[in-house]
Design a protein around this ligand. Sequence first.
Ligand code: 3H9
Length: 726
Amino acid sequence: MPEATTQYRVESDGVAVITLAYPPLNALHPQLLKSLFENLDRAHRDPSVKAVVVVGSNNNFSPGFDIQQFRNQAGGGGIDNQINAAICSVLEGGPKPTVAAINGVALGGGLEVAMGCNARVCTPGTRLGLPELSLGIIPGFGGTQRLPRLIGLKKSIEMMLTSQPIKHEAALQLGLVDALAPSLDQLLPVARKYALDMAEGRKPRVLSLNRTDRLEPLSEALGIFEFARMEATKKAPGLKHPQLCLDAIQYGVEHGGAAGLVKEGESFSQAASLDTHKALVHIFFAQRSTKKIAGITDTDLKPRQLKTVAVIGGGLMGSGIATALILSRFNVILKEVNQQFLDGGMSRIKSNLNSRVKKGAMSQAQADVALSKVKGALDYADFKKVDMVIEAVIEDIPLKQRIFADLEKETRPDCILSTNTSTIDINLVGQKTKASDRIVGAHFFSPAHVMPLLEIVKTEHTSKQVILDTLDLSSRIKKTPVLVGNCTGFAVNRVFFPYTMAACMLVDMGLNPYNIDKVIAGKFGMPMGPFRLNDLVGSDIGLHVGKNFLDSFPERVYVTNLIPLMNQHKRLGEKSGKGFYKFDDKRKASPDAEIMPIITESRTSAGLLKDPTKPPRLTDQEVIEFIFFPVVNEGCRVLSEGIVDKAADLDVATVMSMGFPATKGGLIFWADLVGAAYIVKKLEAFASMVGPKAADFFTPCDYLLSAARSGRKLEEGASKSTSSKL
Ligand code: 3H9
């Protein structure tokens, strides 16, 4: 482990330079903070020192408090509040003026240390922010008090509630940064001059905690708080830590900065004791660990620099994948079967780029450059130039097999052949080739240029080099990869299929689909409920994909007539203007009484209840458990079969694909908080509630049962069983 410390030197001009040093980014480990405190004291006591500059090593300032500490110790991570409070107050009000010299990032506690200084100098490209809320805590080194006093309440509340950093231009304009150094080698000279100017009275020394000139007047401030609290509740109902953050800021505005610091300490401790904090810290590390694959990323293998990728199929998925690739500067060949389909694909790519331009995510000139990277094709003439192919045609096994047989002939022997299938066995796709070592699944989620996850599906034949290259491609197109084994539905769709089935079962039992959606989205925190999601994906796709599960796992599926009936009545969802919801011109969804006869027909054929006029009365909590406990059960099967490397991978996959709330830590993390024994008890209760026709759907798997009996956590024992598919 590298040492966490600070280095101290006094320059010939009398400026003490204290360097934060803890590779790779100088996270604020308690040991580093202690060393910072000691060196500040040394500088203040040394009569030859006129001023102090704090800078980071490794060309970076600091990403904040060392998040590892939150993992190691419950409730706040062994934070020594006395030292921390003292550091910022000594930086701010000690005998010598202080300047933070910032390059790279100053985030969380990193920015708070910088705000403790009397001035901040940064280089172009620096990012500054307080992202603590994204970890379920609030700023705890004075950020709730100093940021509003430097840049005003409105902008500082926005920065804290969104956790989004700002760039150097905005920081300068807002007054968070006082001077810009034109380049990294000028950073220390500019910062030292600034510090001496303060020491020698040429520039005022500012104590941000005492400032009031940037704060809005109290009457306006109260309106800002009211609005912010409303927005925070609307965005994340039930979450406490955004309100705790606002409590601390508001207290400081009403009672002064010093009192605000005390309130901040209390609110920080409260937030740090909540499960939300544990869940978000878990997701932070889980997301970074999916890229580290033992036996692949820790070997001498190096990823090849893929440059040109062919995408086969210009439909919704294919054009989204092509967009993701060109946005990351890959050359792309988009192949279609005829000019009409090719034109359709190209215009979808253009419209994906246009909508990014409209949102301000890129300029028109950048969009034009991106578009110039894609070339249409109706044949394989240019495929010898291609480093990787991503097939994204419809889920039709013979069609995919024909394409892969062609690809084997038309590409170089080192070209990676991947399929975007969401459910089909990868070996089946490549069955008519002898290229199994270069065949891999690259399962994107729709819309492919937006969704952050890439499921990389390996078979027992896929070579390590191909996996490494696909992992590298994933990073280059800014997606989080999760390596999964080959089975029907892989990891994500596999755990997802009971979700829709359980929701349909509830409707067949007499519950209202709109109420179910309200509970799952509004109360549990999914981005949308199962029926609204069905309308987004399309009932026809749902039916098609669902058939794979009916065939693969007949012993545990629930067969409903609801989705087939929706198809029969051409209620395909958003794309046909009506599904479970009806859609207006602006795609706004509203409930539609016309689906009631369809629901009645499905209920009658399901025959789940003796008296359909008396549906069971389920509480909102029971609706949540009825839908998610079968999902957990399937997740346990995925773990026990070694479809994922570790439970944390499934947590990341569920958060980044189906939108399982990150604040609950992902599927298995949440299930462990609930407890395996309770989940088994409820699954058994649901089985007896629905009776023999649907009871098998709820049968707990051995993995879940054994955890329930032994008290073992579900996340334990998931790594590498002998039957592992990885
Ligand atoms: C805080 O400050 C609380 C305070 O208010 C008060 C407390 C009282 N700690 O993401 P990357 C590691 S809370 C420990 O892959 P990138 C990271 O795990 C903190 N480790 O690179 C990874 O390690 P590995 C508030 C950290 O370029 C390596 O650095 N701050 C920390 O894509 C590279 O990271 C935040 O929430 C940390 N604070 O992104 C910021 N930060 O190589 C969290 C990074 O072993 N950090 N690491 O996997 C980030 O957002 C991104 O890491 C950052 C770089 C943008 C900095």
